[in-house]
Write a protein that binds this ligand. Structure first.
Ligand code: FPP
Length: 247
């Protein structure tokens, strides 16, 4: 029996975010070049998208390329950009059939024009879909996003649109690239690493963390359901006491 069958349908997180880690180690383990691990990682992306859609997760955010990843060897960066183009070209039709809408967070101006073009095209083609919102974090870093928000708010104060004492959590959230998207209830990072790596620092303030040992290319649909099962056993207190939550 799949773990999917035992999940509580009334407690499915609306937003799951994943730091897909371990592609390079997976490749090394199999005696192959790092890009081979990224290629296998695309299979796990497919599995996670399917699994999320099947159980009614509304938002799935995948950390596909960080600002810091631009510092990797040119060959690997180029190969990752190529994989993105390939994935967009090969998957758009299936995503559409499955009613998936695509979004992106990050500094997409940094992406090569061809990647940005294909991405915007795909987003446009899927824009009327009403199922899972798949969000790719590309050329994303949380500190970049927060600095941008601060700059926008400072400009609004300077030109008199808002007063300093009007700055609050809601206003700040509306200046982030995740505007309108609920914070992730669950953050998964694969590969046994316990780091956040500049990912959604504001948005994960009260997220539950799940750190499976598996490397990303080994992560299956069943692993995704297991992560949800684990999440459903947590008591989310948001700073309150257990008694208050139960009451
Ligand atoms: C981290 O593993 C993974 C990445 C930096 C890239 C993730 C990209 C994909 C899964 C493929 C393309 C994505 C989409 C959405 C189609 P790592 O290279 O840091 O692994 P390591 O820590 O073992 O070296």
């Amino acid at each position: 029996m799949s773990t999917k069958e035992i999940l509580n349908k009334n407690n499915i997180p609306s937003h799951v975010a994943i730091i897909m880690d371990g592609n390079g180690r997976w490749a090394a383990k199999h005696g192959k070049a790092r890009i081979f691990g990224h290629e296998q990682g695309v299979e796990s992306v497919r599995a996670a998208v399917e699994a999320a859609g099947e159980i009614g997760v509304k938002y799935l955010t995948l950390y596909a390329f960080s600002t810091e990843n631009w510092g990797r060897p040119t060959e690997e960066v180029n190969a990752l950009m190529g994989l993105l183009i390939q994935a967009i070209e090969n998957e758009t039709e299936k995503l559409n059939k499955n009613n998936v809408k695509l979004g992106v967070i990050g500094n997409i101006e940094m992406l090569p024009a061809v990647v940005k073009g294909k991405l915007m095209n795909c987003i446009n083609n899927l824009k009327s879909n009403t199922g899972l919102n798949l969000i790719l974090a590309l050329s994303y870093s949380s500190k970049w996003e927060i600095i941008n928000a601060v700059k926008n708010i400072a400009a609004s104060v300077k030109n008199g649109e808002i007063k300093t004492d009007q700055i609050n959590e809601r206003l700040f959230e509306n200046c982030l690239t995740t505007r309108g998207i609920p914070d992730p209830e669950l953050l998964i990072r694969t590969s046994g690493e316990y780091r956040i790596s500049n990912f959604m620092l504001w948005q994960i303030a009260y997220s539950e963390f799940y750190f499976p040992e598996k490397l990303w290319p080994d992560f299956t649909k069943e692993d995704f359901f297991e992560a949800i099962n684990n999440y459903q056993k947590r008591e989310r207190r948001f700073g309150k006491t257990s008694e208050q939550i139960e009451g």
